[in-house]
Each structure stands twice: as C-alpha cells, then as structure tokens.
Design a protein around this ligand. Structure first.
Ligand code: TMP
Ligand code: ASP
Length: 235
C-alpha cells in the first residue's frame, strides 16, 4: 500500500490518500500540543508508540464486537485504515475524577466515580470543542439518535475492555477520549487510543503515565510513554 497525496495534517497525525478510495494511510507524528494548540512540543518516539499501541488495542476491540477502522499496520508510524467520515463528537468516558471534570465538579483528582460517565464535546477548534449533550448533537444534526445510541454502547464497551486490559498491566484507566466515523453507513471506531488520549495512572503509585506529564510540565514525558509501551509487551 502506497501513500498518494497528503489529505490532511492534524496536530498529531498526517493522513494520506491511497489508490483505493476506501483506504487512507495515517502517519503518527512526535508533535504534541495542548490547550487547543497553544502549547507545542515534541515527545520523541511518541508517534511510533501511539501507532503501535492503538493498533494493538483496536485488535482487542475487534474481538469484543466493537468494529474499528484498522486495516493493517504498515510500519512503526504508519497504518492503513478505512476512510470514514468522522462524526464531529469527542466521546469522553471517565472512571475517576480528573482534568476538566475534577475542576468543574470541585473535586480532587483520582476519586472513583460511582459508575462510569460519558460526555460529548463538539469537535470544533474555533469553538474550543465545547461540551454538548445528545440533544444538541441531534439539534445541530451532528449525528442521528441511532448513531448516538451505537456510539454510546460502543464507548462503554471500549471502557470495559480497556479497563480490564490496563488493570492486567498494573494501570488504572482514569478517563479517555475516542472518536467514531461512518463507513458505508455504519458507525466504527476511528482515530487513536494512546497516552495522548487516555489518562493512565500506575495502579500502585498513582504516577501519571500519559500526556498530562506534557500538559502540566511534570517531566519524564518520554519515559511515561515508554513505560506504557513496555508494559504492553509488543516491542
Ligand atoms: P479533560 O479532563 O481535559 O476533559 O480530558 C478528558 C480526557 O480526554 C483525557 O483522557 C484527555 C482526553 N483529551 C483528548 O484526547 N483530547 C483533548 O483535546 C482533550 C481536551 C482531552
Ligand atoms: N489535543 C489538544 C490540543 O492541542 C490538547 C490535549 O490533548 O490536551 O489542543
């Protein structure tokens, strides 16, 4: 499979067309941004780790009945994926208080929620990805009710699968963000799951093993990504 033209360059990935109109190639970068791109940096080795981690975990989802865009890993940084139309919703699941939730709810971070929670942001950089509910999503014609139901069902399933899997690696899945796309009329999981898009804490020490180390200038950013990658055992 060969890259043809650069279709889109995002903050963390480039997307290329291929000969096949149904297939794209994503290329993961080491670039890191935070706070709507205001903070910029590089996390050396991140692209390869996020690519390989996403594919490894997407295979688990496939086996558990959550369809994904994954076709095949091409090399360290590049993967062939199904070309989807992205649903402009960031789907966030939380198991523990952290980040914007902790701030909004006036809670400390790391408090287990009584049950997992789901929220949507409208994917729109100009508006800074505002928090919306499913009624807004319907009213703004971002998705149908049936799509929202499927997305929610898949998101909670993804949480179940990832929580159990990370627990087996000594990692607590605090929260994460995922994105879905439409592929020939069906909803499938797209984008990535990585330390960029998940909060991952060591179960024993509660050490942060994710992008919060970059967002908050906590140091040892590369080490954290490497540590998660090492525990995955896919080197
Ligand atoms: P938040 O607590 O800042 O709302 O973040 C919730 C989760 O979503 C956390 O795991 C980090 C992830 N996330 C992204 O993947 N992209 C983003 O742009 C933001 C703000 C959060
Ligand atoms: N992806 C977001 C941005 O640059 C930030 C984040 O992950 O916190 O703006």
């Amino acid at each position: 499979m060969e890259k043809k033209e650069l279709l889109y360059e995002g903050k963390a990935k480039k997307v290329f067309t291929t000969e096949d109109p149904d297939v794209l190639i994503v290329s993961y970068k080491d670039d890191a941004t935070a706070f709507d791109g205001q903070k910029k940096g590089t996390i050396v080795g991140k692209g390869a780790i996020n690519n390989r981690m996403t594919n490894h975990i997407f295979k688990l989802f496939g086996a558990e009945g959550v369809p994904t865009h994954l076709i095949e890993e091409l090399n360290d940084r590049e993967t062939a994926v199904k070309k989807v139309e992205i649903v402009p919703l960031e789907v966030i699941i939380r198991n523990f208080s952290a980040g914007s939730f902790a701030k909004k709810m006036g809670m400390e971070e790391g408090i287990q929620l009584k049950c997992p929670t789901l929220e949507f942001s409208y994917k729109n950089d100009d508006l800074h990805d505002p928090f919306i509910n499913s009624y807004y999503a319907l009213a703004l014609d971002l998705a149908t009710q049936e799509e929202i139901d499927t997305i929610s069902k898949y998101a909670f399933k993804v949480n179940e699968v990832m929580r159990k899997y990370f627990a087996s690696l000594g990692i607590e899945l605090i929260d994460f963000k995922i994105e879905f796309g439409r592929y020939h009329g069906k909803i499938i999981l797209a984008d990535e799951v990585s330390p960029d898009t998940c909060r991952l804490w060591d179960k024993e020490t509660h050490e942060k093993l994710d992008k919060d180390r970059f967002r908050r200038d906590l140091g040892n950013v590369e080490d954290a990504y490497e540590e998660v990658f090492r525990r995955l055992g896919i080197r």
